[in-house]
Design a protein around this ligand. Structure first.
Ligand code: AMP
Length: 300
């Protein structure tokens, strides 16, 4: 199945207990694309500014990501700066967000992307997500992600969006914020009652839960001793998930379960190093081995 993603391509400045790095490659659509790219070709829709380094463009091309939908606009690239405190790597503290070229971005989907079966609306302004969804002609399964900023300032548009998609990805803090419920099951049920068909709540080191009707599926996180940089864990999770749907080519409950485990596998690699560094050495054999480790870990 053919996969399209829209979301941010960014320059991030990130501080974690392991160190600090400025202006490194980031963005929700970037993390998603390079990890989904292990399973399927990815068609990217996004915008960067003229200041976006050529080496990053070459890197994305080298991962076989189709950049026909990437606009290089006058102005500066989206920038995000955040930090994680020791003892709480599950929660990013946003220090600064500069939308820059995203503030006026009106995506035009290339004709060759319009027939895609799978669409991932990675974290970005829900108005841009809605715009992209409305242009697509053949989507069989659409998932979206979001964050606290959009829940806070664009709740109405976000609510409209979650009623249209097949799956909403959120982390536990965002699920609580959106629903007003602290208990995670009540939060999921609250979001279902807002019109969401399926919800995947990511809980960092505690794994993820998929809620559909009255069903719940729980996938653990791979237990790691060292986490360098949790940035992009949610996007790589979604990349593993959607990439697996594309590769298997069906939308059965069994495939959803397998895709969730693959999401957890991919996220566990990404957090081992800063930015997308872990991916640069990641081998297919390591992915297969970790997937098998998940099976061993959860069988009884
Ligand atoms: P994650 O850690 O998976 O939630 O996503 C991290 C990525 O999200 C970073 O690389 C940021 O560039 C990007 N990001 C942060 N804030 C925003 C925002 N408001 N809109 C779009 N992308 C964002």
């Amino acid at each position: 199945m053919k996969l399209v993603v829209v979301g941010s391509v960014a320059l991030d400045s990130v501080e974690t207990p392991s160190g600090r790095h400025d202006d490194i490659l980031g963005g929700s659509a970037t993390y998603f694309s390079v990890y989904a790219g292990f399973f399927t070709p990815v068609n990217l829709v996004a915008v960067v500014g003229k200041d976006f380094p050529e080496e990053h463009l070459q890197f994305l091309k080298s991962r076989k990501i189709n950049l026909d939908g990437l606009t290089v606009a006058d102005g500066k690239t989206f920038r995000w700066s955040g930090k994680y405190l020791k003892g709480n790597l599950n929660e990013a503290i946003t220090l600064d967000t500069q939308l820059n070229v995203f503030a006026t971005f009106k995506p035009v989907i290339p004709k060759t992307f319009l027939d895609a079966d799978l669409l991932f609306l990675a974290n970005i302004d829900p108005e841009i997500q809605l715009n992209v969804l409305s242009q697509m002609q053949n989507v069989k399964f659409c998932a979206c992600d979001t964050m606290n900023l959009w829940i806070q300032i664009k709740k109405e548009q976000l609510t409209k969006l979650i009623q249209k998609v097949d799956l909403l990805f959120l982390n536990d803090g965002e699920a609580r914020q959106l629903s007003g419920e602290h208990n995670i099951v009540k939060a999921a049920r609250g979001i279902q009652s807002m019109g969401a068909k399926r919800i995947c709540i990511k809980r960092g080191e505690y794994g993820a839960l998929l809620f559909q009707d009255s069903d719940v599926f729980h996938v653990p996180a791979y237990s790691l001793e060292e986490i360098e940089d949790p940035t992009g864990a949610g996007d790589t999770f979604a990349g593993g998930f959607m990439g697996t749907l594309a590769r298997i080519g069906d939308l059965t409950p069994q495939t959803f379960r397998q895709a969730l485990v693959q999401g957890s596998v991919m996220a566990s690699f990404n957090v081992e190093r800063f930015s997308l560094d872990r991916l640069k050495t990641l081998q297919e054999s390591e992915i297969l081995e970790r997937f098998a480790a998940f099976k061993r870990m959860t069988q009884f």
